[in-house]
Design a protein around this ligand. Sequence first.
Ligand code: SAM
Length: 200
Amino acid sequence: MFDLRRIAPATARNRDPILDVLRDVLPGSGTVLEIASGTGEHAVHFARGLPHLNWQPSDPDADARLSIAAWREAEAVPNLKPPLELDAAAPDWPVEHADAVVCINMIHISPWAATLGLMVGAGRLLASGATLVLYGPYHREGQATAPSNAAFDEDLRLRNPAWGLRLLEDVVREADGQGFDLDRVVEMPANNLTVVFRKR
Ligand SMILES: C[S@@+](CC[C@H](N)C(=O)[O-])C[C@H]1O[C@@H](n2cnc3c(N)ncnc32)[C@H](O)[C@@H]1O
């Protein structure tokens, strides 16, 4: 049998530090919508680590969804749902309800329209008090970008001029415009940030 499970090497390094933050900021029950689930390794790990939550993975990429589905089948985590086809930039999301939204490593590897769509979609979906959790590398106003992130930014822009590290303050402004307050910014290993917003 052909194994459709993909592996992103960074996941093994970042999944536990991210899970530690998720334990603090996600609700005690309900459904978490993950945008841009990629391989699906995070979805498996977080669903297993947060058994009181239903984990709903999604990705617009068909091969990613095959990988997520293959991981789900292999690992058989009961609270992990089948992946949805969801483009954050689309005006309609195929989701009726979520109690939190998590988006890891998408904002810098997609056009800015995906971030704008993420804010609009999460703003429409989430109730007051619910969290939107982002993870990834950012530029920050008045702070030097770590050399590893500057090189990563350059590499991303060579691969696609519409990609690249975003200024955290621009992301915060767009989130604010869709009804989100910045709850906390957590410094993570390898110069990444977890950024937590809460719906007003
Ligand atoms: C670098 S991968 C990150 C995957 C996973 N979250 C991780 O950290 O390993 C970026 C993902 O963003 C997804 N993506 C790109 N544009 C998107 C969009 N407009 N809406 C939702 N996901 C998108 C890609 O399909 C890809 O799976």
